[in-house]
Design a protein. Structure first.
Length: 135
């Protein structure tokens, strides 16, 4: 999971809350906050990852039943009108807030991004022979 996915998930929750004020029947409560956050992180991960984790993986790792995860994902996607994109200005506002609270995070994110880019370049130049074989 990347910091970008967590920030996007928070922005999606913010979007749902704003839409609720305007038109949608939804309330974030202490009873549903865990599931809403989990599903928004899951949606953000799926939006940003070429090989995302399955809903079954999320269910096993976080203790929610698979039907609950599936139904909640559809419900939240409908609340978002299936628009999972976060405007750059909103994303940057969340990013700056995090970095203002914890400046050390900025350096950590830059280091992680640098490592991910280096690893990806190594993988592309040295592909796994098993992945190249046709079944």
């Amino acid at each position: 999971l990347r910091t970008t996915e967590l920030l996007q998930a928070l922005a999606l929750i913010d979007t749902i809350s704003r839409l609720n004020l305007e038109q949608q029947p939804f309330e974030l409560t202490k009873e549903n906050v865990f599931l809403v956050l989990l599903v928004c992180v899951m949606i953000a991960h799926k939006s940003n990852c070429d090989r995302p984790f399955s809903n079954g993986w999320w269910s096993r790792k976080f203790g929610a039943t698979l039907p609950t995860i599936n139904e909640s994902e559809v419900f939240i996607l409908k609340l978002l009108n299936f628009n999972t994109l976060v405007p750059l200005s909103i994303y940057q506002a969340y990013q700056m807030t995090i970095f203002l609270v914890e400046p050390f995070m900025l350096q950590q994110v830059e280091n992680v991004n640098k490592c991910e880019c280096e690893n990806k370049t190594k993988q592309e130049s040295n592909p796994d022979p098993e992945q190249l074989q046709l079944n």
